[in-house]
Design a protein around this ligand. Sequence first.
Ligand code: CP3
Length: 340
Amino acid sequence: MAKKLLRTLAGQAIWPPPVWLMRQAGRYLPEYREVRARAGGFIDLCTNPALAMEVTLQPLRRFGLDAAILFSDILMLPWALGQGLRYADGEGPVLSPIRNAADVRALDAARLPGAIAPILETVRGLRAEVGEATLLGFAGGPFTVACYMVEGKGSKEWDQVRRMAWSDPGLFGGLIDLLTEQTIVYLSAQIDAGAEAVMLFDSWAGVLAPSLFRAHVIQPSARIAAAIRARHPGVPIIGFPRQAGTMLAEFVRDTGVHGIGVDTSADLATVRECVPATVAIQGNLDPLALLVGGQALTRETDAILAAMQGRAFIFNLGHGIVPQTPPAHVAALVARVRAV
Ligand code: CP3
């Protein structure tokens, strides 16, 4: 198990730490925009193995990062279950919203294997190309995926979703259960195709009250982690319950994840104290410090490294790269981390 990121996820404090960036493939790279234009739509890009492989590898060629993350999207799971999905320019994802039991029943697990076949082909192709980088598969956390499925589009507060979770626990719990089961199938298939570790992006976990966080973030993540451990012993899983705040330690304890992604708002010294040393910590540079660059970037990078020295740690952002980020700032960041 020579790869840096995998050794870190096994609990070793490697220094300098491995580094990769959430949303490292994307619109801030001119070569991505070129391929994106050629692909047609965003879903066409995600389901075109040659082009999806190409955009996955672009940030590795430029920056020599320690992980390649499969190019796809968390909403490809509802798409594979038959929910209407489109990516509108400047608007983000738009889905036919799920509002009742009939909408949930219309989701069709039988469609999944055929729909994800091209994505798995991308994973198989990538495994031969990633070299010393670790190939990461991923899925959305069931709660975050449910957010988009119920609301039908992005939101800051997710009122419709939280309202459904309180008012119709049977309906919302049923949707979360279905997504949990299908996420296990989907991640397992990615691992069979060559993913060496997997990450669960629960970007909106932080909007939930603690009781709902336990039911819809911790429990599903624990089920997914247990199933991956049972079916694929030795394949690590990284959780990312964004803005979990005071629920972070409980999430780590009750899910048994090997790595924990922390968002920009988390104080790393505090996280270090409340997470067992066997669990790798991943994060948490502010994507806007990366965008700004200069002193803000070097000071903050150094502070994060100082806080995590001697600890199993993966340098990353606290959330995804923003499209306006100059690629030169990413190169400067990677150089700074590697020079520590
Ligand atoms: O490099 C990588 O990180 C790999 C691919 C990846 C994408 N999305 C590509 C993408 C990953 C891991 C994701 C995760 C994802 N997708 C999350 C969780 C992480 C987070 O950022 O919170 C969420 C919530 C989504 C849903 C999603 N997809 C939204 C809200 C949007 C629109 C906003 C935006 O950035 O455009 C997308 C589209 C999307 N997913 C793009 C990319 C590169 C941009 C689409 C384009 O090229 O037009």
